[in-house]
Design a protein around this ligand. Structure first.
Ligand SMILES: [Zn+2]
Length: 407
């Protein structure tokens, strides 16, 4: 019997040890979580988020500035394209002028060539007439007076011969008329040729001037083309820089989203780690003297109308201890004109307790409390007529009677 008991005890101890290790491990896990995630660690992450948002916004500004620069460049590009099109049109016009001038010069050259042929023909005719005339004079003199023949044959030119009055007399009227006609024709053709050559020279000068214009225009066009290329390259650079900014902004946004998700998870782990298990509350104001106001509808003492009182008022001496009603996380420990100094505790599963009009608060937001932890002292802060604890219970967003949870 004794041995049996001893064995059973041993087994019990072993089982207990196991449970204790389990509890210890669980606690250790909890401690680790609460050591990592605190109100301060969340605040630090939120500060990091706003810093990264600032960085992202300054990147956005830089990007906007670049986009404006790019817009200006696009305007330059469009203006240059327009100007180049105009230059191209002018150049085409000049080139067609040059073509026209070249055509005219060619025509003039043909005319000059034809005139030169005419001139040569006229000179040949004139010479032939002269030769014929000389023959006739020679024939005339072969019959008689040889002195004239000698003179005639010795004359260096027709002009020399004409100067001899004696000969003039002897020339037939026909020969003289014909010769004069030929001379006049030759002179006219020579004049015409000279005029044509002058015209050709004028055309050549006009062509040269147009060619110079063409050269200048081509240089301008080349310069504007180079400018356009450089503006296009500049736009390309700006586009690449904008793309880089966009990538950086995207990375910042992703980092911000990740941090925000982390903060949300941290807050969830900080405020939602308790899950109310249905247990009864610890009395929040053990030193109370009386219940000064009940939960529920009541007639307003002076206005005479019905009003909802959403908690239970426990009258107690100032400074009396206020205890956490159940395990949970403090989600608010603050001051408000109506509630005075107040504490709100999240117990999980949609259940919250609220403690109002305190003279002092002993806990802060994010802090874990267990049932019975001294969280505040009774006072009369906010809208209150005397020292008391207003104790409220919220379940899934609505006030419920605290008596449901109090013995
Ligand atoms: Zn009250």
């Amino acid at each position: 019997m004794n041995r049996l008991r001893k064995g059973t005890l041993n087994r019990l101890f072993r089982a207990l040890a196991c449970v204790m290790i389990l509890i210890f491990t669980f606690d250790a896990g909890n401690i680790m979580v609460s050591a990592e995630v605190t109100e301060d660690s969340i605040k630090a992450k939120e500060a990091q988020i706003s810093k990264q948002k600032e960085e992202r916004d300054s990147l956005k500004n830089a990007k906007t500035n670049l986009e404006n620069v790019k817009k200006e460049l696009e305007k330059d590009k469009s203006n240059l394209n327009k100007y180049i099109a105009e230059l191209d049109a002018s150049l085409t016009e000049i080139q067609s002028k040059i073509d026209e001038l070249s055509g005219n010069i060619e025509k003039k050259e043909t005319e000059i060539k034809e005139t030169t042929d005419d001139l040569n023909e006229a000179e040949r005719t004139q010479k032939a007439q002269y030769e014929a005339m000389k023959q006739r004079i020679k024939f005339m003199y072969e019959r008689g007076n040889t002195i004239y023949l000698e003179l005639l044959l010795g004359a260096g030119s027709y002009a020399d011969m004409l100067n001899k009055a004696e000969y003039t007399e002897m020339l037939s009227a026909y020969d003289r008329k014909k010769l004069n006609e030929y001379i006049a024709t030759t002179e006219l053709i020579a004049l015409n040729k000279k005029a044509l050559e002058e015209e050709k020279e004028t055309l050549n000068l006009a062509k040269a001037s147009k060619q110079e214009e063409e050269g200048n225009m081509q240089n301008l066009l080349d310069a504007k083309g180079a400018e356009l290329q450089s503006v296009k390259a500049d736009i390309g650079d700006k586009e690449a820089a904008i793309a880089e900014y966009e990538a950086e902004i995207k990375a910042e946004n992703e980092a911000i989203a990740a941090l925000e998700k982390e903060v949300a998870a941290d807050k969830a782990s900080l405020y939602n780690k308790y899950k109310y298990d249905g247990g009864m509350f610890t009395f929040p104001c053990p030193n109370y003297s009386r219940v000064s106001d009940q939960f529920g509808m009541r007639i307003h003492p002076t206005l005479g109308i019905q009003k909802m009182h959403n908690g239970v008022d426990f009258a107690a001496p100032a400074g009396s201890a206020i205890l956490a009603a159940y395990n949970g996380t403090v989600v608010a420990a603050d001051y408000n004109g109506t509630m005075g100094n107040y504490v709100m505790i999240n117990h999980g599963a949609g259940l919250y307790t609220i403690y109002m009009h305190c003279s002092a608060l002993y806990v802060s937001k994010g802090q874990d409390v267990t049932a019975g932890t001294k969280i505040a002292a009774v006072g009369s802060t906010g809208r209150s007529t005397g020292n008391h604890l207003h104790f409220g219970v919220r379940l899934n967003g609505a006030y419920v009677s605290p008596w449901n949870y109090l013995k």
